[in-house]
Design a protein around this ligand. Sequence first.
Ligand code: ADP
Ligand code: MG
Length: 744
Amino acid sequence: MNDSSSHASTDKRSMAFQAAVNAPIRKIEKVKDAFGKEAPISEYFGCLTFGLGQMREKLPKDAYGNLIKTLEHGKKLPKETAEAIASSVKEWSVTKGVTHFCHWFQPMTGLTAEKHDAFISIQHANHSELRVIERFTGSQLIQGEPDASSFPSGGMRSTFEARGYTAWDPSSPLFIIEEENGKTLCIPTVFFGYHGQALDNKTPLLRSIEAISTEAVQFLKLVGDVDAKKVQTTLGAEQEYFLVDKNFAALRPDLLMTGRTLLGASSARGQQLEDHYFGSIPSRIKSFMQEAEFELYRLGIPIKTRHNEVAPSQFELAPIFEDMNIASDHNLLTMEVLKRVALKHGMVCLLHEKPFAGVNGSGKHNNWSMANDKGENLLEPGHTPHQNLRFLACLAVVLRAVYKNASAMRAAIASPGNDHRLGANEAPPAIISVFLGSLLENILNTIEAGKALKATEEQIIDLGVSQIPNISKDYTDRNRTSPFAFTGNKFEFRAVGSSQNVAVPMSFLNAAVAASFAESSEQLKDLLKKKKRDEAVMELIRLIVKETKAIRFSGNGYSDEWKAEAKKRGLPILNTTPDALEVLKDKKATQFLIDMKVLSKEEIDSRYHIAVERYVKTLDIEHTSLLELTSTYIVPALEKHMEQLGAAHESMSFAALKKSHKVRMAEFEEVFADVLARYEAFKNKVEKSRKGHDENKRMWEIMEDLQPASFKLRDAVDAAELLVADELWPLPKYREMLLAHNLA
Ligand code: ADP
Ligand code: MG
């Protein structure tokens, strides 16, 4: 055999391996203080942002006052104020070297979009002379009109009115994106159609934040917080991700096309030793993290923790929680920064929920809570009996929200990527339930037993509820298999996928909680006619605890017993995206979104259509890639291996060897035959399915028929990988992609 030509693909693979192992560590210039030492984070934190703090400093007093009125009472921003803001924004940007600005928005593709314009305009100095000057007007700040026809609207907008508008969201800071050759000012905006329909994910989030505030304030007043004015929702989104050396990614068409590996046998050493979690971080990775964090700090994103995750090459970062709207924008920015900075370090950041089969997937734990205008966390057990009663009442409201809207919450996290993750290793199951921990379980059970019926402040203490203030200190109860877990002073929605825009699940959760506050307020009003306040609140808690019992689960979410038990309890079991998306067509299940004015019927329908279309397109791309990979990478490698086996066999004369070798050949031939047969079967199914025109039908067919066939093909190829000569295998292997960092 001619070695130099036949092993071209493996040469590439071993070169990639060499490159990955010998990758240089990239150094960055940090900010220096006056003495030339590295400046502390606090000195440059947020230096690339222009938010309320900077505006208070830089704007004329009345302009700033008007802006605050707009933010707090929804008053229209006067034109002069917009001009004043635009002018100080321009001045600040230009001194930072910014040349362009863009309206940064969140179309329903789940990513962010930007349209850039230069800060220039032409001035006529005199009849013949034109001059270019830097200019940025109030209306350019406030409103934009990107060509909306290129973004999905789910049929909401016919082409003759393809207008879409972006409008500045002043509650989220403006920020500068710095790249090697230029800087751009990004203006966070909402994106909507001619009739005010939301064409993005941010608009419903803002609506849901308002809904929760309105309904919670009403409820708090009834509970005794008569001066409550506003309730803020807070979010801390933990982000998991994988890093793979760029040289490997370049040799994996599946990673490039789909963000995950469609093929690949598990390596002998995966995560079974569980030694990666919190292990020491390889220095190449650490220098990547340090640069990513440096960028994020300058963008005002308060990253607090970094660590290895359970799988090799998997990592996590978590910010300090912030106001929901800002935290949501910050998570999108974080994902962008991670991807961009990884490339600078010669790596690709994979945000997909399941880049590698057989090892952990990635999630995004959404730590969620609510605070009143005094900054008190409503889900934090307090120091006084009243605070504890309020805590229990708010907790009950959340229980009711999840109990009543579990199916919609499942729909909010549905995606082809998350389908691979939910219910797998270390990921929560697809059944939504709430984990509270044994301490709270005991308290709720006591309340349910009626012992608290005539509760006064003293009796709450009698009940052992006075223990509650200790919860956050002593709270060690954890359940990694729960999709929605109480963790001391917040809930953690753990079923959210790593690549998702959190605005979607958060707006559904907020809407559910708002609706539950509304319902609970009505119920409490009735109870208040019969009982004193604290007794009425206690009775309300008892009623809700009883009503929502089915949603509480403390056991192992992975177990088959739980599936059976959940079914008995009547909880929705929606294992796949098609199952979950059906919820969006269910009038009863989505009514809370309409009632809370978070989404209209039309907007829900459009989101359903977009999700179906995205499911079909995503899997079409995966299936095309899998067929192509098999036919142009895998089968030729198997043929070569066959040839090599045959030649070796011919050269053998010792009978015993020849006999054993025949067994080896037979084993390989069987696997090879499997690959070809499954390839044919899968290809036929794909071709037939593509003839269908009804998207909904195709979605179901893909899930029920094509997906299983694609998994069967994958299994055969993965079995072949373990037999084919290593030097003939054309794709970087799992062990290379996942473990090379350890040598770097
Ligand atoms: P844990 O170990 O329980 O996950 P951490 O304190 O590390 O707890 O918090 C995890 C995430 O939860 C962090 O992003 C943190 O900022 C966030 N978090 C803490 N308190 C709140 C809150 N009141 N609202 C929202 N997120 C919160
Ligand atoms: Mg956590």
